[in-house]
Design a protein around this ligand. Structure first.
Ligand code: IPM
Ligand code: MG
Length: 378
């Protein structure tokens, strides 16, 4: 019997619908080629929907919860006060669905221009695993005397042993299947309380993985090691906020935000995982056909790997890499093709079975399947 997966699609705002449209064309092609099906439910969440109804994550939580995976575009719009959609939707989803590990591959693909002189794909092949539900992102804090010269703002960072442990254990398991090197990135010399807990957990969990070599780098030092000696890193595990910052730097190194992708993984199968490009909604270029769909299509590849369709995942990654490597520029009018044309090119390679998986010999994507259970449709 043909396998079928129930997925939720949230195109969202700005360039989200364009790039998700491309990802869905590629998904059609992958289904034809690899003989599986998806049952897709599309949700109108985002700025327009919020402005019309006031609804945020709450309104769709129950419907999303029984899906096997969520394909997400982007959210954010100049008409909505910053933070409302980000906190009220994206962070709510990550926290309520316990998407504990935000997995962000930083991999320079062959033929993709990087601003780092002499960097080669062989030297840049890491995965940053960002804790995704705690830290400064819990949104706790208080303000006293707001708007006066005596204003005081307190912003808290929550770190629980259980929260750190699950993401650190995931990072070790990921490292076991790769080059067996795990780097903790933190700021233990200043954030002493949280830093000590992170270090203790890495030491304790590391006892179960003696084959993995453990390394430590302060987050500020990471800002020069990442671009200059990326070969030092295999799996990097880090706190939510540090992970947010260093993965944007990672994206620059690998060719820009248009190329970078991420998986927000629920690690115990209690709720669906979510897959999103890491670029935002880019309202300034929405509708122009200037957005690079690679990030969204690679997030589809991560989703397929997670669902257990490893072969399709590898083909989608390889086809994307082939098309990326042929572009004169990675975004804007300089790409020499529109968003939709690029999506169609990638889909055609997948559909015709022409994807050269030799382009990504050590694909990350299949690995995900075994590391985080996907959720059976409810
Ligand atoms: C990301 C984004 C989000 C974050 C925003 C949009 C809430 O920057 O996924 O990295 O800060 O986590
Ligand atoms: Mg970010």
């Amino acid at each position: 019997m043909t396998k079928s997966y129930a997925i939720a699609v949230l195109p969202g705002d700005g360039i989200g619908p364009e790039v998700v449209g491309c990802a869905l064309d590629v998904l059609d092609a992958a289904e034809e080629r690899y003989g599986f099906r998806t049952e897709r439910s599309t949700f109108a969440a985002g700025a327009n929907h919020y402005l019309e109804t006031g609804e945020l994550f709450d309104a769709v939580e129950a419907q999303l919860r029984d899906k096997e995976a969520i394909l997400f575009g982007s959210m954010g719009d100049p008409r909505v006060t910053p933070g409302i959609l980000e906190r009220g939707f994206i962070l709510e989803m990550r926290q309520r669905f316990q998407q504990a590990a935000n997995v962000r591959p930083v991999r320079l693909y062959p033929g993709v221009p990087t601003p780092i002189a002499d960097l080669t794909p062989e030297r840049c092949e890491m995965v940053i695993v960002r804790e995704n539900t705690e830290g400064a992102y819990v949104g706790r804090g208080s303000t006293v005397h707001a708007g006066t010269p005596n204003a005081v703002a307190m912003q808290e960072s929550l770190n629980t042993r259980a929260g750190i442990e699950r993401v650190v254990d995931f990072a070790f398991r990921l490292a076991v299947g790769r080059r067996r090197r795990l780097t903790l990135c933190h700021k233990t010399n200043i954030l002493v309380a949280a830093g000590q807990l992170w270090q203790q957990v890495v030491a304790d969990v590391g006892e179960r993985y003696p084959e993995v070599e453990v390394d430590y780098v302060h987050v500020d030092a990471m800002c020069f090691h990442l671009p200059l000696t990326p070969e030092r890193f295999d799996v990097v595990v880090t706190d939510n906020l540090f992970g947010d910052i260093i993965t944007d730097l990672g994206a620059v190194i690998q060719g820009g935000l248009g190329v970078a992708t991420s998986a927000n993984l629920n690690l115990d199968g209690s709720a669906p995982s979510m897959f999103e490009a890491i670029h935002g909604s880019a309202p300034d270029i929405a509708g122009k056909g200037w957005a690079n769909p690679a990030g969204a299509i690679l997030s589809l590849a991560l989703m397929l790997g997670h669902l257990g369709e490893g072969e399709a995942a590898r083909a989608v990654e390889a086809a994307t890499v082939e098309v990326l490597g042929s572009l004169p520029a990675l975004a804007g009018a300089g790409m020499g093709a529109t968003t939709a044309e690029l999506g169609a090119r990638i889909a055609a390679i997948v559909r015709d079975g022409r994807a050269d998986t030799g382009l990504v010999p050590d694909s990350l994507l299949g690995v995900l399947a075994g590391l985080a259970p996907s959720r059976p449709a409810g």
